[in-house]
Design a protein around this ligand. Structure first.
Ligand SMILES: NC(=O)c1ccc[n+]([C@@H]2O[C@H](COP(=O)([O-])OP(=O)(O)OC[C@H]3O[C@@H](n4cnc5c(N)ncnc54)[C@H](OP(=O)(O)O)[C@@H]3O)[C@@H](O)[C@H]2O)c1
Length: 378
């Protein structure tokens, strides 16, 4: 044991070689995210985790990149369905370097890893919920730690699992999207929307992407979308023109609101309509963690009926909790695609940890294309 890599690292670690770091702390939930960011989120110093208190299967990670995701923002106001109690550190997904591994974790020091938000961090259950990615260090159990696949950078790695698992669950598991079909992707410039564009192209589908900004849609097109429709254009006319009057086979709707109703007029008979999220009407629960649905989205049953539509709710996490067998094939496919270089998450904005408020506001304001990332080490 004295000469094992773990023991050596442990000794190195114990000599205090890990510098003190920083972490973001949300002290209480806001009415809505911008208020929470302004009033309840602060940057604090943190000591490196003490390995003496950890289990043999634990890993300490020096965080290089943490994704600033939609869910991270929603959580600050308690409007996400599953949240830690404040005070907590945000950051569902992060990537970095192993600086200590317990004797049963069997991971080399210096390994580049990403962490699974199902099993560690604010969206997980249990002890590891305390370790968010908006921090210099985190502790995760070995089951949650994956070697970064292929040539992904840290910035790309922290934008992999959540986004591509959502896209996979919605398009493939629920939507049964096949090669040769056409899919309409709303919110295509967003984190999950751009992942949906990539996954749909990998499946062999034709992608029509929508968004409010022609500038952002130009990037979405460069990322693989076959057609783009900018806000202001008549979506129904544009989709009909692209599909020869037929309409699309599948709609991936991460936006909701009026766009959903208009989308029902852009589909062929028997199409699959995937309810992914509500970026346009984010406050479907009350602030400060209270439940209730003040502005729930509604779809017209007459169009659903007359077009023989399959309307499918697609909550990735909840579906997986209900049926854990969904996870392994999904994870295996995404890691394999990334290993082969077929998935490369796009990241448009990067900020040092000290600028976390600017990063969170930028994400909330819709300026980001794909991923927004914090760098705790800068
Ligand atoms: N089903 C699931 O398992 C699952 C998993 C993760 C996330 N989600 C949900 O999916 C939604 C999108 O998440 P995300 O992470 O992709 O968010 P995101 O990165 O913020 O992207 C959302 C996109 O929606 C568009 N958008 C925002 N507000 C809009 C509005 N008022 N009208 C029209 N379009 C608007 C924006 O595109 P433009 O600016 O280009 O228009 C933006 O890029 C959220 O509601 C989230 O909660 C669901």
């Amino acid at each position: 044991m004295a000469h094992s890599p773990q023991a050596a690292t442990h000794a190195w670690y114990q000599r205090g070689m890990l510098a003190q770091g920083h972490r973001v702390v949300v002290s209480e939930l806001g009415e809505e995210p911008l208020e929470a960011i302004e009033r309840h989120a602060t940057l604090e110093t943190m000591a490196a985790p003490d390995s003496q208190t950890l289990s043999a299967r634990d890993v300490i990670i020096a965080i290089a990149s943490a994704s600033v995701g939609w869910v991270d923002l929603l959580m600050t106001s308690g409007q996400y369905q599953h949240m830690p109690k404040p005070p907590y550190t945000p950051g569902l997904e992060y990537a970095g370097t192993v600086v200590w591994a317990g004797p049963d974790a069997n991971l080399p020091i210096g390994e580049r890893v990403l962490v699974d938000a199902f099993l560690s961090g604010p969206r997980s259950l249990g002890a590891y919920q305390a370790y968010g990615g908006f921090a210099s260090y985190a502790v995760a159990p070995i089951e949650a730690v994956h070697r970064i696949p292929g040539a992904l950078t840290f910035d790309q790695a922290c934008n992999l699992l959540g986004n591509y698992e959502t896209a996979y669950h919605c398009l493939i598991t629920r939507g049964r999207l096949r090669a040769g079909e056409t899919v309409l992707v709303h919110g295509a410039s967003g984190s999950t929307g751009l992942a949906a564009v990539h996954v749909a192209k990998l499946v062999g589908a034709t992608v029509i992407a929508t968004g409010r900004s022609a500038e952002k849609l130009a990037v979405v097109k460069a990322q693989g979308a076959d057609h783009v429709i900018a806000g202001g254009d008549s979506m129904r006319d544009a989709v009909k023109a692209i599909t020869g009057g037929t309409g699309v086979d599948v709609v991936y709707d991460g936006v909701g609101g009026e766009l959903s109703v208009e989308s029902l007029r852009c589909v062929r008979f028997g199409a699959r309509y995937l309810i992914v999220g509500w970026a346009a009407t984010p406050f479907v629960a009350k602030g400060k963690g209270q439940r209730g649905a003040p502005n729930a989205n509604q779809l017209p049953t007459n169009l659903i009926m007359m077009k023989g539509l399959d309307v499918l709710g697609c909550p990735t996490v909840i579906s997986t909790v209900n049926d854990p067998s969904l996870r392994a094939p999904r994870l295996a496919q995404i890691l394999a695609w990334a290993e082969a270089g077929q998935i490369r998450p796009h990241v448009s904005h990067v900020f040092p940890l000290a600028e976390f408020k600017t990063a969170m506001r930028t994400k909330w304001s819709g300026e980001v294309i794909g991923g927004c990332v914090l760098h705790p080490a800068t």
